[in-house]
Design a protein around this ligand. Structure first.
Ligand code: 3PY
Length: 252
């Protein structure tokens, strides 16, 4: 899996990515041409549905950027459709235990390893042109699981050790919310949990990533040992330039 291989390339340094929330193939293609090495097509917190995922993957496929699709939920039926659309690296939100991580892995594998349904004419199989698709697909899937509650943090080594889990991602927004610190991902208590998770994942050799929000925060996470970092989202980048331009206009 190209994303998993990129995470293993420590010499290249932690790759910086961004969420794509605007449901636009054109924006996805433009971000792919901007130099971001990877991006998350976010079907959890956006209007992105299965048709948009398909079109965004087609657009990203015209660029060097590596796509990860965040599925809306850890559900075999939803996951099957997203895999059929051609996604091969998936981010699963709200994984709370090793059992839930195992369910995620099973949903992405064709039998006998898993429960992925088989279709002859999916985009994933190049509409049947990839003769070896069913045999090769299981080996090419990348799975990232999202840790976003204190209960999941407690279980992080067990979750990361599930065969087929390639990396973990700490969601600081949900984590801070579940700690009762709404909207305070930068709170010292939340940051302490993140640093603790980075140390525990380094000990177990599991790649770990998180959402930074700013370049300074992204650099700080990289120094702490995070293996990959999400800067922001397409909408966030657009809004921050819009707000900066308006602030400059209003205070010459
Ligand atoms: C989080 O920070 O909790 C996320 O899920 C990022 O979107």
């Amino acid at each position: 899996n190209p994303f998993v291989a990129r995470l293993a390339d420590k010499q290249a340094g932690p790759p910086l990515g961004t969420f794509l929330m605007s449901a636009s193939p054109l924006v996805a293609e433009a971000i792919g041409c901007s130099g971001f090495e990877w991006a998350i097509v976010d079907a959890e917190h956006s209007p992105i549905g299965i048709a948009e995922i398909t079109h965004m993957l087609q657009a990203i496929g015209c660029t060097p950027m590596l796509p990860v699709v965040r599925v809306p939920w850890n559900d075999t039926v939803i996951v099957k459709r997203i895999l059929d659309a051609g996604a091969s690296t998936l981010l699963f939100p709200f994984v709370q235990s090793a059992e839930e991580a195992e369910r995620a892995v099973r949903a992405t594998r064709y039998p006998p390893e898993g429960q992925r349904g088989m279709a002859g004419l999916s985009r994933a199989s190049r509409f049947g042109a990839l003769e070896n698709h069913f045999r090769a697909a299981n080996d090419n899937i990348g799975i990232v699981v999202q840790i976003e509650t204190p209960q999941a943090v407690d279980q992080i080594e067990k979750i990361a050790a599930v065969p087929g889990v390639d990396a973990v991602f700490i969601g600081p927004t949900d984590l801070s919310g579940s700690m009762g610190l709404y909207g305070q991902g930068g709170h010292p208590d939340v940051q302490q949990v993140l640093a603790d998770c980075a140390g525990r994942c380094a000990a177990s050799g599991t790649p770990i990533g998180t959402l930074a929000g700013t370049i300074d925060a992204a650099r700080a996470f990289a120094r702490q040992g995070f293996d990959y970092v999400v800067l922001a989202s397409d909408l966030g980048l657009l809004l921050s330039s819009a707000r900066t331009a308006l602030a400059q206009w209003r205070s010459p």
